[in-house]
Design a protein. Structure first.
Length: 275
């Protein structure tokens, strides 16, 4: 995040926003800047990619499904916009620790003992580590002690749209994002790679709520896509994974998507029309 903060300081904050005498490295200034940047970045990612997905990928026929709520899109967006600033508070604390040098993020490829191969391996490691951690956090949020208070709001959307992707209770949203932030404190990671992965995971979160169930046949039971996550919203106790089905299979919570078996939401709508 210090790359983004440095760019903001260089091009906007130092010359136009903050007094000339307020040092860029001053902690209060960094915290304030990170809070604004984090919120603007989250809103931009959510609204930009959510809107693109909603208008160009999401099948609007799904809005005719009996479990699609009245004014659902507006409610999803409103809930997300209310939650994101609260989610950003602990997120900014972790970004601040990164900026102050407490993480294992590095600037140059030469700083990795394995060069470009190390960057590639760290990307795979990031995906598998966060997939594992999110699986167990997500599954834990379904426990009766936590579900009603924190995770149930996200399950209001049985037939989700891309705008449901960030419509979480703030505690739920932060807990499921925590593995992304923990990783660079545990393992070396190139800063630009981390920034790219951070954008990727937000787009991926939107994509698994987009109602587009198409996946290459060979990957249908490997990649946790929109079809898998739709069944999670509909049936609750299945398909907790983020990118892959590995941990659902290990944990006994894997469910073959109903959409692959001719029993999904589109099939239900088609049967309603035939009647």
């Amino acid at each position: 995040m210090d790359l983004v903060l440095d760019a903001a300081d260089r091009h906007l904050l130092t010359p136009y926003v903050y007094p000339a005498g307020w040092p860029e490295s001053e902690p209060c200034r960094q915290l304030l800047s990170l809070f604004v940047i984090t919120n603007l970045g989250a809103l931009t990612l959510y609204l930009l990619f959510g809107t693109l997905s909603y208008f160009f990928i999401f099948d609007h026929k799904l809005k005719k499904h009996p479990q699609f709520l009245e004014n659902q899109v507006q409610r999803e967006i409103t809930y997300a916009l209310r939650s994101l600033p609260w989610i950003s508070v602990p997120t900014v604390a972790l970004f601040f620790a990164e900026v102050r040098g407490y993480s294992k993020l590095y600037d140059n490829i030469e700083d990795s003992p394995y060069g470009w191969m190390g960057v590639f391996l760290s990307m795979l490691s990031f995906l598998f580590f966060t997939d594992m951690a999110i699986y167990w956090i997500h599954r834990g949020l379904h426990h009766k002690l936590f579900y009603k208070r924190f995770h149930k709001p996200h399950h209001l959307w049985k037939i989700a749209t891309p705008f449901a992707s960030h419509a979480f209770h703030p505690v739920d949203g932060f807990m499921q994002s925590l593995p992304y932030h923990i990783y660079p404190f545990l393992f070396p990671l190139h800063k630009v790679t981390y920034l790219g992965l951070y954008i990727f995971v937000n787009v991926w979160t939107i994509s698994i709520h987009d109602g587009d169930y198409r996946v290459p046949r060979l990957l249908q039971h490997i990649i946790n896509g929109s079809a898998h996550h739709t069944d999670h919203h509909l049936y609750f106790d299945y398909n907790y994974g983020q990118y892959f089905t590995l941990w659902d299979k290990i944990g006994g919570s894997y469910k073959s998507p109903t959409s692959f078996e001719g029993k999904g939401p589109h099939d239900y709508l088609r049967k309603l029309q035939e009647k």
